[in-house]
Ligand binder design. Structure first.
Ligand code: SAM
Length: 230
């Protein structure tokens, strides 16, 4: 049978896990999805730590957030794909780090990134993040997602809480003109939070990059042009 080539990967699609292996159907589906996912293949080929990296690449290519010399805070950073993109596009170096990242999961060092291994919801996390940067951030990124417990409404609410805390943090620390990008869910962002963001930023939009799986309710909320604190 003729195999179609995968885009943007280059490896063939429709690979299957051999039946001999004893796997739960859900595990089998997950592995097959990974094997056939062009972004997973591209990440492997290009040395990126996550397929999620391409979501930021796409959003940044279209909306121009990252630039040389900009300071970045990355919330929920492990395994570090977004950090890699931020370092490359800001020109951050170990001598002059421009990127500060936080995750309660450990991650391998990324040269040019100051990594905090702690919960962003800890009281002293904001202060520690700010101390890791030599000045106010130009961009606050959040790809945080709460660990799922399998109860859809609970999972949804826990991630939406992270969105709210990240948004409040961004509005507290961003440099005027700065940007805030966060993962959210379709239909998930509270009107009150959207209104608050619209008051504080020049433009607020939802974006769904191609690298975000079509079947996923995941969506990104982008607030551009922080107007500054009153
Ligand atoms: C989708 S992953 C991030 C992927 C990352 N953007 C990348 O490109 O590699 C979400 C991350 O958010 C982290 N996270 C969730 N809640 C958090 C919290 N309260 N504090 C810190 N990290 C959190 C998780 O541990 C997980 O590593």
């Amino acid at each position: 049978m003729k195999r179609k080539s995968a885009k943007p990967g280059g490896r063939s699609i429709n690979q299957h896990v051999r039946r001999k292996q004893k796997l739960k159907p859900s595990s089998r589906r997950w592995i097959e999805r990974q094997l056939n996912d062009p972004y997973v293949q591209r990440a492997k080929r290009e040395g990126m730590r996550s397929r999620a990296a391409y979501k930021l690449v796409e959003i940044d290519d279209k909306h121009g957030l990252l630039a040389p010399g900009k300071r970045v805070i990355d919330l929920g950073a492990a395994p570090g794909g977004w950090c890699q993109v931020a370092v490359e596009r800001t020109g951050s170096t170990p001598e002059k780090p421009l990127v500060a990242a936080i995750d309660y999961l450990g991650m391998d060092p990324v040269p040019g990134v100051t990594i905090l291994e702690m919960d962003f919801l800890d009281e002293d996390a904001p202060e520690k993040l700010m101390a890791a940067l030599d000045g106010a951030p130009d961009i606050v990124l959040s790809d945080m997602a709460a660990p799922t417990v399998g109860h859809r409404k609970t999972d949804h609410m826990r991630t939406m809480y992270l969105v709210e805390v990240a948004a409040e943090f961004a509005m507290e620390v961003l440099r005027p003109g700065g940007h805030f990008l966060t993962k959210t869910f379709q239909g998930g962002t509270e009107k009150a939070l959207l209104d608050r963001l619209k008051n504080h930023f020049a433009k607020v939009i939802h974006v769904k990059p191609d690298a975000s799986r079509a079947e996923s309710v995941e969506l990104y909320l982008l607030a551009k042009g922080f107007k500054g604190r009153a």
